[in-house]
Design a protein around this ligand. Structure first.
Ligand SMILES: *Cc1c(COP(=O)(O)O)cnc(C)c1O
Length: 366
């Protein structure tokens, strides 16, 4: 039996619907912003229950624009985690601000107890990440940020469909960013991103900035950039949004089988706590596995594809050599990086695939 990690060939096996909607779009020649992009922005803001969603070209851009919209730039510090995807920190650096790393907790989320000690008089924002499609403690984060008068900007790039205390990922912040990259819970056939805010002024700024600063064809009110979502991708996003709840339900079913099937190996495998207050989207099914690399090779031999997200925490990357960090600074993230393994959990796996994985993992430790 083969257990593939990549679900895209199955997801896009039948593209008739997409192509037929593309034909309609092509016949209108609405190739820059226009009705298809506006439709998806409206649908996505209804889905989240926020006032404004402004699409961008990528999730990275969504984070850069979110940061810039609240005025973050040169000389500012932005606190985030060291166990995230490069782009969280790349976005901070792209604005001219300095990233300040802190450690992860045992759920692989930002350790909220480490935030206050990292705040200085230059701290402008905290970017928590909805890592793996689970979520950090956003109620605690909201309190910390308002007490210290700093912005909360969620990196909800992996968080579409996740929620905390009934509130969707990406709706706790002044402004947040989402990714529509093919490996995210809601995605297009290439790159795409989205920002979300309830603030009318931030929304106006974001809309204007991502489209050259134009208020109309002949007038600009600021020096903007071109950062527009492609209408062809907006069509795909609208179609995919129809099935996201079903997709996440299936991922839950598969994750439950893994959680219970692996629970008797708790001396070898550490699985993060599943918080009652959170709905996870299982973008990634991650745990800490003893003898990770040997297990990975063993599973590969039995056609079970796994990943590591990621083997090197960001403070130990060459790109971070100008920042004041060394090995040992963030022990939890460093230990996790050595033992993390991501198992396939996607919506095209049936119970037999998941049980096969559980069996092979038991065989390995036996
Ligand atoms: C994917 C991802 C991004 C970047 O999104 P892109 O659309 O690939 O630019 C940023 N942060 C996190 C946590 C991500 O997973």
């Amino acid at each position: 039996m083969k257990v593939p990690y990549n679900y895209l060939p199955m997801q896009f096996a039948d593209v008739e619907r997409i192509i037929s909607e593309w034909r309609q779009l092509i016949s209108t020649t609405e190739f820059t912003l226009g009705p298809y992009v506006e439709r998806f922005e409206r649908q996505f803001s209804e889905y989240l229950g926020v006032k404004h969603c402004i699409s961008t070209n990528t999730g990275t851009d969504a984070l850069i624009l979110a940061l810039k919209s609240v005025g973050i730039g040169n000389g500012d510090e932005v606190i985030t985690v060291t166990n995230t995807f490069y782009a969280t920190v790349g976005a901070i650096v792209a604005t001219g601000a300095t990233p300040v790393f802190i450690d992860s907790d045992d759920r692989f989320q930002i350790d909220v107890d480490k935030i206050v000690p990292a705040v200085t008089n230059r701290t402008k924002a905290v970017i928590p990440v909805h890592w793996a499609g689970a979520s950090p403690d956003l109620n605690a984060l909201s309190t910390i940020c308002s007490e210290h008068n700093i912005y909360l900007i969620e990196d909800a790039c992996m968080g579409i469909g996740a929620s905390v205390s009934g509130k969707p990922a990406g709706t706790y912040s002044s402004v947040s960013g989402f990714s529509l990259h093919p490996l995210k819970s809601l995605h297009v056939m290439g790159d795409g991103g989205m920002t979300a805010t309830n603030d009318d002024d931030l929304a106006r700024w974001l809309r204007t900035y991502r489209n050259h600063g134009m208020v109309d064809r002949d007038h600009i009110t600021m020096w903007g950039i071109n950062n527009r979502l492609q209408p062809l991708q907006a069509v795909v996003a609208s179609i995919e949004l129809e099935s996201i709840d079903k997709t996440i339900r299936k991922r839950h079913t598969n994750a439950k089988i893994l959680d219970s099937g692996l629970s008797d190996l708790s001396d070898r495998i550490f699985l993060p706590e599943r918080k009652q207050s959170n709905v996870e989207n299982f973008s990634l099914y991650m745990g800490l596995f003893q003898d990770r690399d040997a297990l990975r090779a063993y599973l590969e031999h039995f056609d079970i594809e796994t990943k590591v997200h990621y083997p090197i925490p960001l403070h130990l990357q060459a790109a971070a050599s100008n920042l004041p960090y060394t090995k040992g600074d963030f022990p939890n993230s460093e230990k996790q990086a050595e033992e993390l393994l991501t198992l396939p959990v996607h919506q095209y796996l049936e119970e037999e695939h998941v049980q096969y994985m559980v069996k092979k993992i038991h065989d390995f430790y036996d």
